[in-house]
Write a protein that binds this ligand. Structure first.
Ligand code: NAP
Length: 283
């Protein structure tokens, strides 16, 4: 049995669909059953109701599980609780979605958080595989309302290039590892799209797809932090996001890897495919 946490999220929901499509015994951990897809995409999937903050619900969901696909908003206490439950329930292998630059001394809090969780996972004695995606293309949905209203978006990543990856390819990579974990013990895979792009390229692709000029309005990380707070993001999240965009401007995410293709046997989707598939979200 494969248990997927964060199953209603961007990476998890598609991973569940792919695992079920391979007829692998799959269980999805959800907080709220109304979030289970109603279109049959999860046909044959067991649904376990649970919450990272309620360990007994995790223990129930973990019974009989061999492989855990661990996806969460990466709050250390929550993921550590899931790992501890996996140890208690005799899970054999954990596939964890992490950050591509998770180090204990990172200047970025979410990267330090992932490093702390990774350290706990290593010390747990469980077999594990780490998957570190570059920026997700699906992050672009956050600026869709601004694009619809103003035919442009603000961003503080300058001309920094990044190896943006479609979350569907992260899901496919995760499903491939979870389906046959024995060949991936102790390995770390870095997941990217096929090309290095900038936010100017994002604006150009959206312009092409929408048939209307979409402007990339360059702002500083400090202006971006203020704009995100104004838009309702909690201050620490806005500060952390702005910090990451400042790093991207300096080339922090300007790297590519072949790991999606080697795990899935299929080349990752590029930005044009993502925009084409989701153009209505930006219209
Ligand atoms: N965004 C990026 O560019 C990027 C890049 C690299 C790595 N990552 C990593 O990717 C991971 C996030 O994946 P994602 O984007 O697929 O996540 P997501 O779409 O934000 O979904 C989060 C999932 O966690 C569930 N969840 C939240 N709190 C919970 C709780 N207390 N108990 C049980 N479930 C809970 C949510 O359930 P509900 O539906 O009920 O809310 C949802 O299914 C993070 O570790 C992040 O660091 C992201």
């Amino acid at each position: 049995m494969i248990l997927v946490t964060g199953a209603t999220g961007r990476i998890g929901s598609e991973a569940v669909r792919l695992l079920a499509g391979r007829d692998l015994p799959t269980r999805a951990l959800v907080r709220d059953t109304s979030r289970v897809p109603k279109d049959g995409a999860w046909s044959g999937v067991e649904v376990a109701v649970g919450d990272f903050d309620r360990p007994h619900t995790l223990d129930q969901a973990m019974r009989g599980v061999g492989t855990l696909l661990l996806i969460s908003p990466s709050v250390p206490g929550q993921e550590i609780a899931v790992i501890d439950s996996a140890v208690r329930q005799g899970v054999q292998h954990v596939v964890k979605i992490t950050n591509h630059k998770a180090t204990p001394d990172s200047p970025v809090d979410r990267r330090r958080d992932h490093a702390r969780i990774e350290a706990h996972l290593r010390a747990s004695g469980l077999r594990y595989t780490l998957l570190g995606p570059n920026l997700l293309m699906q992050n672009l949905f956050a600026v869709a309302p601004m694009i619809k209203q103003t035919h442009g978006f603000v961003m503080s990543a300058g001309e920094g290039r990044f190896g943006m990856v479609d979350a569907r390819d992260v899901s496919a990579s995760a499903a491939a590892v979870a389906a046959a974990p024995a060949g991936h013990v102790g390995r770390t895979y870095l997941l990217t799209g096929p090309e290095l792009i900038t936010y100017a390229d994002v604006a150009a692709e959206l312009t092409h797809a929408l048939g209307q000029e979409i402007e990339y309005r360059r702002i500083t990380p400090e202006q971006h932090r203020e704009a995100m707070v104004q838009a309702g993001l909690p201050e620490p999240v806005a500060a952390s996001n702005a910090q990451v965009f400042g790093l991207i401007a300096e080339g922090d995410a300007a790297w590519l890897s072949d790991d999606v293709a080697s795990l899935t046997g299929t080349s990752p989707r590029g930005l044009r495919a993502f925009v084409t598939d989701h153009v209505d979200a930006f219209r």
